[in-house]
Design a protein around this ligand. Structure first.
Ligand SMILES: [Zn+2]
Length: 271
């Protein structure tokens, strides 16, 4: 599934190329997770002002509102001036004066949603509950400690909660807890300030590395210009059940927490 790094890399790969473009036509394929929320023809003539990212949403700012694009489980965007006819798995297409933006999404958990403004109910329904960005300055130790305090749930489960911090998917939660030497079952509210700080730094470190190599999770990830060949991040514990810990040699264990797989080193992450 595309995670924060893949979404950000996708953004960077077409944001400049589409900026300033005028929308000529919008075509829809099969239904996506949520409806567009307006007639496709209502977008014609609007200008693309820029592309931002919030959590795993790409926000395409238009002269008359914005589009919220989510890649779901299997979505990818392509932006090109030379496009063949829409394929079987392509369910949204926006032709502009500078090229065509297209969403390919075989599993159709992705979506493109129009909102008149970021404060509009359509946008707030998707963005309103989101916590801070993990790499922005408002994700501070004080905020993090304060938000975790009183929570009895396991820290691993809490890290996946977008109300606490966005963009920490299952892979990054596992890897960050390993780097911070914190047991995934530890009660979130019981972590000392020092351990909370270590965890925050570990989250940022893991995400920055993933951004630097161009994503971490998708073997066949390519950006919106079709560039492939991104490296996969070398995982410390994620998806390494029964393999030796890269630090101490103990065998990596797994457990289920809130329907998600947790991977950890019983020696390095004792408490
Ligand atoms: Zn270990």
């Amino acid at each position: 599934m595309p995670e924060l790094p893949e979404v950000e890399i996708t953004r960077q790969s077409f944001a400049q190329a589409i900026q300033g473009a005028k929308i000529l036509r919008v075509n829809l394929g099969k239904a996506l997770r949520w409806p567009l929320g307006c007639e496709p023809s209502a977008l014609i003539g609007m200008q693309v002002l820029g592309v931002r990212r919030r959590a795993k949403y790409l926000l395409v700012d238009l002269s008359g509102g914005l589009l919220l694009v989510h890649l779901g489980m299997s979505g990818s965007l392509r932006f090109s001036s030379a496009m063949p006819a829409m394929g079987l798995h392509e369910h949204f297409e926006m032709q502009t004066t500078q090229g065509t933006l297209r969403l390919k999404d075989p599993r159709r958990f992705g979506a493109v949603v129009y909102a008149r403004s970021p404060l509009d109910t359509a946008a707030q329904k998707l963005l309103g509950h989101l916590g801070p960005e993990p790499l922005e300055s408002d994700f501070t130790v004080a905020y993090f400690k304060n938000t975790l305090s009183g929570k009895t749930a396991a820290i691993k489960t809490v890290l996946l909660d977008a109300r606490v911090v966005v963009g920490v998917g299952n892979i990054y939660a596992n890897e960050a807890l390993f780097l911070a030497k914190i047991n995934p079952k530890a009660a979130a509210g019981k972590l000392s300030a020092e351990r909370v700080q270590r965890l925050l730094q570990a989250i940022q470190q893991v995400l920055k590395r993933a951004l630097a190599v161009g994503g971490s999770t998708l073997k066949d990830f390519s950006n919106a210009q079709g560039k492939e060949g991104y490296f996969q991040l070398e995982m410390m514990v994620y998806d390494r059940e029964g393999e030796p810990c890269r630090v101490c040699g103990s065998l990596v264990r797994t457990l289920r927490q809130g329907q998600r797989s947790t991977f950890y080193c019983p020696q390095c992450q004792k408490r």
